[in-house]
Design a protein around this ligand. Sequence first.
Ligand code: SF4
Length: 469
Amino acid sequence: MSEIKESKTWCPLPWIFQAVRNNGDLRVCCQANTAESRGLLLKEDGSVFNANHDDLLESRNSSVLKKVRLDMLAGRDPEPCLRCQREDSCQIISRRHYEKENWAHHIDFDKAKKWTREDGSIDLRQSPAVYFDLRFGNLCNLKCRMCGPTDSNKWFGDQVALWGPKFWDSHGEVELVETSAGRFKTKNADYDWIDSPNFWNQIDQMASEIRHIQVVGGEPLLIQKHYDLLEKIIERSDASQVTVEYNSNVTTIPDRAWKIWKNFGRVMIGASVDGIGKVDEYIRYPSRWPEIEANLDRLDKEPGPFRVWLAATIQVYNALHLPDFIQWKFEKNFERINNNDRRPILNTHPLHNPKFLNLKALPPLYKMKVEKRYSDYLLELEQWMQRQDYVPERIAFYKGAVEKLLAGYVTYMNESDWSPELEKFWYYTVELDRLRGQSLKETVPELYESVAKFLGKAEEMAHSTPTLY
Ligand code: SF4
């Protein structure tokens, strides 16, 4: 192995982590979804390791993970880690940065080098999986616009209406069939791996080692089996040493969650919220903003081991709205939510796929409008902070943080011109609006007009009877 002292591409996850997709397939980590290989862990025969029927330990020394480790130790960019590379190149804080900080007490580059054999494998007793990312199926109460049927069963009906009854997931084609109640369900048990005794027997053996468990759905707080796992951890180990982390849409927080959380050392909640009011409701359909805001207010104040942040996906629909969202965050003056030096405003990440919802797909003139809005907002924010009597150091700190956040998105957005994707965007948006009784024209009129003009739809519509809006 080449002897380098540091590596910009090093990340602790391939040494300590186990990640399970919604359908049970195992992968390097969720960020790897952007790469062509999707970071799937493959067996010798080319099929994907799956929590439903395979050995979780064996997957941790699969050929994919061995190569990722060797690449990282040699300072090369591993193929599955494309998303972190892209984000780093735009000065957006990528996952590998914060995971390095989060796990610095447990593993660093030198330790990783020591623990890794020539072929990239590791001793699984010396480096057990202490961190799990478990996507417990796809049960969800929302069907967000940038999501799809692999992550939300609520999407099934719209999937059939838009693209037909079949879709692709990492384990192959999934077929939807209509139930007698006129709804849709999968023909096979594609997302039911959490009922598998194979998984539960193995997790039973590992429960005492777990230090951090990230639970994602679907909507994890609605998935009862995840509470069973938390109870198992409480039985098997000192739960006060364990962190439970969620990506949740925070539309519903059941009593069972509030009760069980009190046993854990830390409860971290990334609240998936993409804007305020009608913008969030439009993207995250059929959520209701007042319920989300009330749950955020409770999460901000409830006594307990909470760390909460707003996890916003920045995409075509909310690009122009981002300054309003940031301003709302300032005015809420939360005690806990994003109240830290590392991410003092919002935790944001750019949407990578589908390409037609990616910021890069925006019409060139709209990109200029977004850029101008961001630079105007910096001045507005400074004046607002002065009116609140913030001290100059505080003004400089927040202004710097917002400037950096917005500049990262301007760089990312302008990196490429994907506007040929806008035909797909138009079809998709118009059809979803029709199916859901929503309206882009009413929600983000500037975006609607800009895309319509770019595609020549505005003229077309002026000469015909509009049926959709
Ligand atoms: S570098 Fe990024 S994509 Fe790769 S394992 Fe780490 S967090 Fe995941």
